[in-house]
Design a binder for this molecule. Structure first.
Ligand SMILES: C[S@@+](CC[C@H](N)C(=O)[O-])C[C@H]1O[C@@H](n2cnc3c(N)ncnc32)[C@H](O)[C@@H]1O
Length: 268
C-alpha cells in the first residue's frame, strides 16, 4: 500500500499531526504525572491527625491539590494562593477552596496567625529568598500550625546540565538551591523541622524537544536550547542531541528531578 506523504487540499499531513500530538501527549502526561506524584507524596507526609480550621494551598496552580485538600479537610476553610492570575482563574472555576487569592509566597497577603496548614507543592523553587518564605510561613501560621512543602534542589535536570557542559562548557540550566541550603534555612527558621528529605524522581521523554517543552511547566523555563539569546546554532543543537542521547535507556530520555519534601511546625 502506498503511503500518502503530501498534504491534501491544504490540510496538514495527518501523520505529522498525529506524531506532534503524540509527542505532546507524552510530555503533558509526564509533567502532570510528576506534579501529581510529588503532591500526593507531600499529602502522605503531613502529620496524620491534622484537622485544620483554615488551610492554604500556596502556589496552587490549576488547583488539583486545592480540590484534594478541600475533600480531605472538608470541615476547614480553604484558601488557594498563587502569583499567577491566570492559574487562579482556572482553579477558581473548578472550586475546592472558599477564596482564590493572588499573592506571593515571599509576601503573603494574609494576617498573622490565621492558618493551621500551609501546603505548597512544587512552587517554592521559584522563590529566590527561601528564608523569607519560611519567615512568612512562621508569621501566618497559628501556634502548632504546619507548613508542608515540596520543591526542587540541585541535581534536578542533571542530564541536561551535563549534556550542555559537553557541548560548550557553559551552564544552561536554571540554578536550584542545594539540599543543604534547605536544611540550613529550615534549621535556622523559627519553625520546628518534623521531616526534611530529598528523593529523586525520574521521568522519561521520547525526544529532547518534548523534554525541553515540558520544563517550563515545572518551574524550569527558559531552558530550551537557543533561548533566550537565540544564538544557538544548528550544530550546537545537534551536539546537544548527541550528548543527551547517551543517557537514553529502554524507557526513553531520562530527566531526573531531585525533590525536597519538608514538614515543619510552628511551636506552641
Ligand atoms: C508547577 S506549578 C504547581 C501547581 C500545584 N501546586 C501542583 O502541584 O499541581 C507552580 C505554581 O506556583 C506558582 N508560583 C510561582 N511562584 C510563586 C510565588 N512566589 N508565590 C505564589 N505562587 C507562586 C506558579 O504561578 C504556579 O501556578
Amino acid at each position: 500500500m502506498t503511503e500518502v506523504h503530501a498534504s491534501c487540499a491544504g490540510l496538514p499531513d495527518k501523520r505529522q499531526v498525529a506524531a506532534s500530538f503524540s509527542r505532546a501527549a507524552a510530555s503533558y502526561d509526564a509533567v502532570a504525572e510528576l506534579q501529581r506524584r510529588v503532591g500526593t507524596q507531600l499529602l502522605m507526609r503531613l502529620p496524620p491527625a491534622l484537622a485544620p480550621q483554615r488551610w492554604v494551598d500556596l502556589g496552587s496552580g490549576t488547583g488539583h491539590f486545592t480540590r484534594l485538600l478541600g475533600e480531605r479537610f472538608a470541615d476547614g476553610q480553604g484558601l488557594a494562593v498563587d502569583i499567577a492570575e491566570g492559574m487562579l482563574q482556572h482553579a477558581r472555576s473548578l472550586g475546592g477552596a472558599v477564596h482564590f487569592i493572588a499573592g506571593d509566597a515571599e509576601a503573603l497577603p494574609l494576617q498573622a496567625a490565621c492558618v493551621d496548614l500551609l501546603f505548597s507543592s512544587l512552587a517554592l523553587q521559584w522563590c529566590g529568598d527561601f528564608a523569607r518564605v519560611l519567615a512568612e510561613a512562621q508569621r501566618v501560621l497559628r501556634p502548632g500550625g504546619v507548613l508542608g512543602f515540596s520543591s526542587l534542589c540541585v541535581g534536578t535536570l542533571q542530564e541536561l546540565r551535563d549534556s550542555w557542559q559537553t557541548v560548550d562548557g557553559f551552564v544552561h540550566v536554571n540554578r536550584f538551591r542545594h539540599f543543604e541550603d534547605y536544611q540550613r534555612l529550615c534549621a535556622a527558621s523559627d519553625l520546628r523541622v518534623l521531616s526534611l528529605q530529598r528523593e529523586a524522581q525520574v521521568l522519561h521523554f521520547p525526544d529532547l524537544r518534548s523534554l525541553t517543552r515540558s520544563l517550563k511547566d515545572i518551574g524550569a523555563h527558559n531552558l530550551n536550547p537557543g533561548r533566550p539569546d537565540g544564538l544557538t546554532s544548528r550544530a550546537r543543537i545537534a551536539a546537544l542531541l548527541a550528548a543527551y542521547e547517551r543517557y537514553r535507556d529502554a524507557d526513553g530520555l531520562p530527566v531526573t528531578y531531585q525533590v525536597v519534601y519538608g514538614v515543619l511546625r510552628k511551636p506552641h
